[in-house]
Design a binder for this molecule. Structure first.
Ligand code: FES
Length: 103
């Protein structure tokens, strides 16, 4: 069976109420990072990748959380530079970005 996308990136953009003990990815800037990633993937013309917002991925304390399928590789991205590195290394060069991986 063929796959439509080679890489499907899910970005948690869940937001919890302020003061929640687990925090949330949205309060750490996940929405901006998701928008930035979407724009950059499109600009880089990577037709085999799709970026989608996701609900809570249950790793809130480590966020903002991203997971890329089909490999099932988890990342945390805190800055636009982190996003750039994932696009360049993971999506374009096929190399995992170890420094941003979640265990
Ligand atoms: S709020 Fe993002 S993983 Fe839970």
């Amino acid at each position: 069976m063929s796959q439509f996308f080679e890489n499907h990136i899910f970005c948690c953009t869940n937001r919890r109420e302020p003061g929640n003990s687990r925090g949330s990815c949205a309060e750490k800037g996940a929405e901006d990072l998701r928008d930035y990633m979407k724009k950059k993937v499109k600009a880089a013309k990577i037709p085999s990748a799709r970026v989608n917002a996701a609900g809570c991925l249950d790793r809130c304390e480590l966020g903002p959380c991203f997971v890329i399928y089909p490999q099932g590789i988890w990342y945390t991205c805190k800055t636009k530079e982190d996003v750039d590195e994932i696009i360049r290394e993971h999506l374009q060069n096929g190399r995992f970005v170890e420094r941003l991986r979640l265990p």
